[in-house]
Design a protein around this ligand. Sequence first.
Ligand SMILES: O=C(CO)COP(=O)(O)O
Length: 254
Amino acid sequence: MATSPRTPLIAGNWKMHGRLTMARELASAVAHGAPAGIDVLLCPPFPYLAPVAVTLQGSHVHLGAQNLATEAEGAYTGEVSGDMLADLQCGYVLVGHSERRTLYGETDDVVAAKFQRAQAAGLTPVLCIGETLAEREAGDTETVIARQLDAVLAQVGVEALQQAVLAYEPVWAIGTGLTATPAQAQAVHRFIRARIEARDGQIAASLRILYGGSVKADNAASLLAETDIDGGLIGGASLDADSFLAICQAATAQ
Ligand SMILES: O=C(CO)COP(=O)(O)O
């Protein structure tokens, strides 16, 4: 049905869930079941990146991390650098997830620094942006999205989006069971793409913008059918292989 030039991307953000056995089993099931024709990405917790990388070997499923340090290397106890992630076969890294912003105080500037650091390490950043419920109810959705996006673009320039993915995740829809309607999500995705279009039409046309926030097997198809929704960033439903693979399957029909 769709004529989009953008290959759909379905990404699973496992957050801080699971144990080693579960990580291996889940990755193995996804590696075996991931359909062709779309991109599939798994973002396990840091300690499971290496074993999951082994499990994914020979499959077309990509590996990513959930976070990285703002600095390249040095005396930063507990931090993990982009180069270290690249060593572990990561191709992607989430940057600016709302849980990082709200629970760990990551500012727009920190997010921009991480975005830049990811690219310097050869990783594709998945830049997460999204408004809170209060911001949406105050009519500030577009202002917030624009601020979060512009903070990164001011640092790296629009050309950097050629090697990046965006993810719109309304904070009020994350882990709440409240999904943005396809029309609500599409409106924000269009706003994001138009803002980039104003700077570079070609980059805007090829940029993948994922939707995240309570995406499940039963609502994925209707979200993915929207023109400017190019995939999903899946939290809870990515912890169950059948659910995640059903979402991947929905993406192949787009
Ligand atoms: O935060 C998310 C993915 O990064 C979305 O989480 P849920 O799918 O659990 O709402």
